[in-house]
Design a protein around this ligand. Structure first.
Ligand code: FES
Length: 158
């Protein structure tokens, strides 16, 4: 159970909110759950809902809305490439096609070795540096096919 496994982290988060507002802790608690389980499983969602005293469907709707929460197991490295309009105008669409070809998967999928998950996401607030991606939350700017290849080599070795 999350409450036992991450008791100290959960207490630390809840301490930031008045008891009657503990529902506001939903996102940091989901981060903890995702760290623990690798993704926000239905079980993790139920546990978070129980901690903050709300219905699991409310927590699930938050998981479904935000791209940083994963509803399915993901690879060791999650590559979120922005293909929203401003980035699309700077070639993000073709870049995603290259990523898919290089990884041998479609956006939304994970490589068979479980190493990489490729996603397309909405604006991540770095439109002037497109094509841009977040790799496990770390920004990678001004991507090219060559820099993507180098990045994959680097991550494959780690
Ligand atoms: S539209 Fe891609 S980062 Fe803003």
């Amino acid at each position: 159970m999350l409450k036992e496994k991450r008791a100290a982290d959960i207490e630390k988060v809840l301490a930031k909110y008045p008891p009657e507002r503990k529902r506001s802790a939903v996102m940091p608690l989901l981060y903890i759950a995702q760290e623990e389980y690798g993704y926000c499983s239905d079980e993790a969602i139920r546990e978070v809902a129980e901690i903050i005293g709300c219905d699991p469907t409310e927590v699930k709707s938050i998981v479904g809305f935000y791209t940083m929460f994963y509803e399915q197991p993901v690879g060791r490295y999650v590559i979120d490439v922005c293909d929203d309009l401003p980035c699309a105008l700077r070639g993000a669409g073709q870049f995603v096609t290259y990523c898919e070809k290089k990884l041998g998967i479609r956006a939304g999928q994970t490589t068979p070795d479980g190493k990489f998950t490729l996603n397309t996401v909405m604006c991540i607030a770095a439109c002037d540096r497109a094509p841009v991606a977040q790799v496990n939350r770390e920004y990678r700017y001004d991507l090219t096919e060559e820099s993507f290849d180098r990045m994959l080599d680097e991550l494959s070795r780690s």
